[in-house]
Design a protein around this ligand. Structure first.
Ligand code: DGY
Length: 313
């Protein structure tokens, strides 16, 4: 039996499955464990299964004398010092692919919700403020079909967004580290993307080069009618600059699933009707979260046995 630390309850039966092969020390609450709890418990562990709310930094890694694997229940891994872990011979694994479609669906949902004012309409009805029968100029939004979609980042999720956008006959442009030959969309420079898109979707991971990528300068380049959609990591957008952009109407609106200091949100964002907010729901479907649990547990076990994990970073 291996000794493992698990920092959250997982959906489905996958922790039961894991318990056939491992002694599990489990943090049972939904709020993240403290760093002290992780440090106190990691000393004798062969593996750790974490989620994106647990920072696995040098200090924790240095306390983990026996650690062979860090398995994260996420596609993003900005919460782990991967370079340092690897320098210590620790395998780091993650759960891509299984959440691509769920995340791309949510991004499209946000895109339509903000441009067609769906959430705003719902609020008006619930507040009893829908008091005039149908008339031609009531709550006009912006069309999605035939518009220009600019995708920043062209990994798995970027490509899944392209597929969905084709169904809406959108013109698709994108920017990424390099052009992709397997994508039916036009590669453009970032400035060009910002100034020509009706919808700007962020599909990059968070790293040193994407931190506050969307800053005041870049927001000023967007069309005043364009919408910004983010379901990657909050810190890719400078939230203060975004609030400024919304106040000054440099952009048409925003739909955000992620925030720099989750679950704390800059309350000024609540003041804008043209902003849609969701609480980090990109991968939040029954099917996807179950598959993520399966992959995270299998990654952990495979790496503990010295075999090749399904997805290694
Ligand atoms: C991830 O996996 O990184 C998402 O943000 C949550 O599923």
């Amino acid at each position: 039996m291996y000794n493992v630390l698990v920092t959250k309850q997982l959906p489905g039966n996958w922790l039961n499955y894991l318990s056939n092969y491992c002694n599990i020390t489990l943090w049972e609450k939904n709020i993240p464990p403290t760093k002290e709890w992780i440090i106190d418990n990691i000393k004798d562990k062969d593996g750790i299964l974490v989620t994106l709310t647990e920072k696995v930094d040098k200090e924790i890694i240095d306390k983990a004398n026996k650690l062979k694997v860090i398995s994260t229940y996420s596609v993003g891994y900005d919460h782990i010092d991967v370079k340092y872990a690897k320098s210590k011979g620790i395998t780091v694994t993650y759960t891509p692919e299984v959440l691509t479609d769920a995340t791309a669906d949510l991004i499209f949902g946000l895109l339509i919700a903000v441009s067609r004012r769906i959430v705003e309409g719902d609020k008006i009805i619930r507040a009893g403020k829908w008091d005039t029968p149908w008339y031609p100029t009531f709550m006009l939004g912006r069309e999605v079909n035939h518009k220009t979609l600019g995708i920043i980042g062209m990994g798995r999720i970027g490509k899944a967004i392209v597929k969905r956008a084709k169904g809406f006959d959108m013109k698709i442009i994108y920017n990424s580290r390099k052009p992709h030959t397997d994508v039916d969309a036009e590669f453009v420079e970032l400035d060009n993307l910002l100034s020509n898109s009706d919808f700007v979707v962020i599909a990059v991971d968070l790293n040193d080069s994407t931190y506050h990528l969307i800053n005041e300068d870049r927001l000023r380049k967007m069309k005043p009618t364009a919408f910004l959609i983010n379901a990657s990591r909050g810190a890719v957008i400078d939230e203060k600059a975004l609030i400024n952009a919304l106040k000054n109407k440099w952009i048409g609106g925003a739909a955000l699933d992620v925030f720099e200091h989750e679950p704390v949100i800059t309350s000024e964002l609540f003041n804008f009707d043209n902003v849609v907010l969701t609480p980090h729901l990109g991968s939040a479907t029954v099917e996807t979260r179950d598959k993520m649990a399966e992959i995270a547990v299998k990654n952990l076990l495979l790496a503990l046995r010295g075999e090749k994990p399904i997805y290694e970073i």
